[in-house]
Design a protein. Structure first.
Length: 94
């Protein structure tokens, strides 16, 4: 997040809540991480985790006995392809 973006977000959020601005930082961080980048057209969440959570609850850990099984090799390959796509998009915008 750039300083300018952070400043804009914080000014918009804190104007009505000048004494409780620190309580809004996590909400602002989540909102920023859900927003797609102009360069990559993907959100930071999508780039790193492969998902776009609807709410912070989507990021909570599941009990070990309830986690869905995932083919690790396929997951790694999917993430590597996504990273290549992101790098290509960034290079095209520069």
């Amino acid at each position: 997040m750039t300083n300018q973006t952070l400043g804009t977000h914080l000014r918009a959020l804190t104007k009505p809540f000048t004494k409780a601005w620190d309580l809004l930082l996590l909400q602002d961080e989540f909102t920023y991480n859900k927003s797609p980048s102009n360069a990559t057209r993907l959100s930071p969440f999508k780039m790193v985790y492969g998902i776009d959570p609807l709410s912070p609850l989507d990021l909570t850990s599941w009990p070990l006995d309830q986690k869905p099984s995932v083919d690790v090799a396929a997951r790694v390959e999917k993430i590597q392809k996504r990273h290549e796509l992101v790098m290509d998009r960034i290079e095209k915008t520069n």
